[in-house]
Design a binder for this molecule. Structure first.
Ligand code: NAD
Length: 484
């Protein structure tokens, strides 16, 4: 099987914050991989723009080092780095001042796609948008890409949307949620809407509940001061887990096109019930051995910010009434694993008697590690001795099913940046979607900030606080194991 590389038009891509962590770790290695795949068009240019004074040669040396660090050597053999680096340029710029803007304006070429990646803190988005406009650098065909966090509540997200809207039309704004760029997440849509098998069962009549888990083993590390003002709800649920929930719960869009998909996602967010306080469990990891507690890492002995959250969410519409969505995400957990599990109901009647036990079909969609899907089906245990049933997986791990190319699926950032160049907004969040998501999360956050309740403590390396298990047990359900 030969994967198709769809050509894109040539472009000038300016990366504001081009010397930062995200640019060095994700954006430029991702672009290099597209170059390797032969997708970088002739004459395409990537212009780093950041505060540091350096020339293009200095920038190329910096990015060479980054790619050597973040792209494994065996994945660099087939495309010399020099060819890629030759496409890089650099301009030192002051986002809030005047320095560098005239030079950037001179560098831009007419008649190529112009894209501007705002890989800087959100406090600079307004200043960048204004200067791009005032210096005539952005035209009506230009696109801007903005990173998370998109606001910290409805008010700040609304303000950010209005600021960007002063200079850019919504069709020019690409709000990144890199979860949407993951191969499995898109495959979820292919499985749902490309087969007749699943969609008829995709509702509360056949689905008992859905679990979405994003578990990390790392603590808050060096991000302590940022994270402590945010917490798991703002950092993970409002964006990534909500997006996953939307793709699972949405009605079939009429076409796989930006507004068809985003309209359906928005309807899901608007159908979410407020979550009852009893259906929310917040946790903070404790100290263990040599590793400090959340509060040590945050350097805030009285912190009440959650590093773990579990929620039972109801989607109030005809399709999902009565089928809850359980979401959980946290740091310093047992394993690094992200999964969506669609747990179907029991067969209405067992012809095999009680001794055959209880069996359920579960569709598991793994986002990391080993992206892939598994459908658990029930079969007869081989051999004589009556009808004993066992559950076996129908496995579709991409790496196995698709051969070497399954292992080499593009990283989320690669795909999303190429979508920006192509002008395809399907996998990017629209402004109203982001605001609706904040409108849903804000009251929960305000409620726990007001009552000042401390998050429950949990052991590092565990599955989170005991209370999260109880949330499930109350309904006679259990979380799936967190395993790599
Ligand atoms: P960083 O601190 O490592 O880099 C910031 C970059 O912005 C640097 O290149 C710096 O020179 C530039 N910059 C800062 N102030 C400037 C100014 N006044 N004028 C011009 N340039 C200026 O940050 P980062 O980790 O790369 O994150 C960038 C953005 O991406 C942030 O909004 C962050 O929340 C978001 N983000 C980062 C990650 C990640 O893994 N690092 C993940 C998701 C989202």
């Amino acid at each position: 099987m030969v994967s198709r590389v769809i050509p894109v038009d040539t472009f000038d891509l300016v990366i504001f914050g081009g010397t930062g962590d995200l640019a060095r770790r994700k954006i430029l290695p991702g672009l290099y991989r597209r170059f390797q795949a032969g997708q970088m068009p002739e004459g395409a240019r990537i212009i780093g723009a950041a505060r540091s004074e350096m020339d293009a040669e200095g920038y190329r040396a910096m990015i060479r080092e980054a790619i050597e660090e973040f792209v494994p050597e065996e994945k660099r053999v087939n495309a010399p780095l020099d060819g890629f680096l030759a496409q890089l340029d650099y301009v030192a710029i002051d986002a809030t001042g005047t320095g560098g803007w005239d030079r950037l304006a001179e560098m831009m070429r007419a008649d190529v796609v112009r894209a501007f990646y705002f890989s800087v803190g959100p406090a600079l988005f307004g200043a960048l948008a204004e200067r791009l406009h005032d210096h005539g650098i952005a035209n009506e065909q230009s696109r801007i890409v903005v990173e998370k966090p998109f606001g910290r509540d409805l008010e700040s997200a609304g303000k950010l949307n209005r600021t960007l809207a002063q200079h850019f039309d919504e069709t020019q704004i690409y709000r990144i949620d890199h979860y949407l760029g993951k191969e499995t997440v898109q495959n979820l849509m292919a499985v749902r809407f490309g087969n007749v098998l699943f969609e008829p069962l995709w509702n509360s009549q056949y689905v008992d509940h859905i679990q979405i888990t994003v578990a990390e083993t790392v603590g808050i590390g060096g991000r302590g001061s940022y994270y402590d003002k945010s917490g798991a709800m703002r950092d993970m649920v409002q964006n990534h887990l909500m997006q996953l929930l939307c793709l699972i719960a949405m009605e079939p869009p009429s076409r796989f096109e930006p507004d068809s998909v985003r309209d359906e996602k928005l309807k899901v967010i608007r159908a979410l019930d407020p979550v009852r306080p009893d259906d929310i469990v917040r946790g903070q990891y404790a100290a263990s051995g040599d590793t400090g507690s959340y509060r040590d890492d945050a350097d805030n002995p009285d912190s009440r910010t959650e590093s773990f959250i579990a929620l039972k969410v109801n989607v109030s519409n005809w399709r999902w009434a009565g089928t809850p969505f359980y979401l959980r995400t946290g740091k310093r957990l047992k394993a690094r694993a992200s999964e969506i599990a669609v747990v179907f109901k029991d067969a209405p009647h067992s012809i095999f008697g009680e001794e055959a036990g209880r069996h359920r079909n579960i569709l598991s969609i793994r986002l990391q590690p080993n992206e892939g899907m598994t459908l658990g089906v029930t079969i007869k245990e081989p051999g004589p001795g009556g009808m004993r049933l066992i559950d076996v997986p129908l496995d579709m791990t991409f790496a196995d099913a698709l051969g070497p190319e399954g292992e080499d699926v593009p990283d989320a950032y690669e795909r999303l940046i190429m979508d920006v160049i192509r002008g395809n907004q399907t996998l990017f969040m629209r402004g109203d979607e982001v605001e609706a998501a904040w409108a849903w999360t804000d009251p929960m956050i305000e409620a726990w900030e007001e009552d000042g309740r401390r998050p429950c403590s949990y052991e590092p390396g565990s599955t989170g606080p005991e209370e999260a298990q109880i949330l499930m047990h109350r309904a006679g359900r259990r979380w799936r194991e967190i395993k790599t």
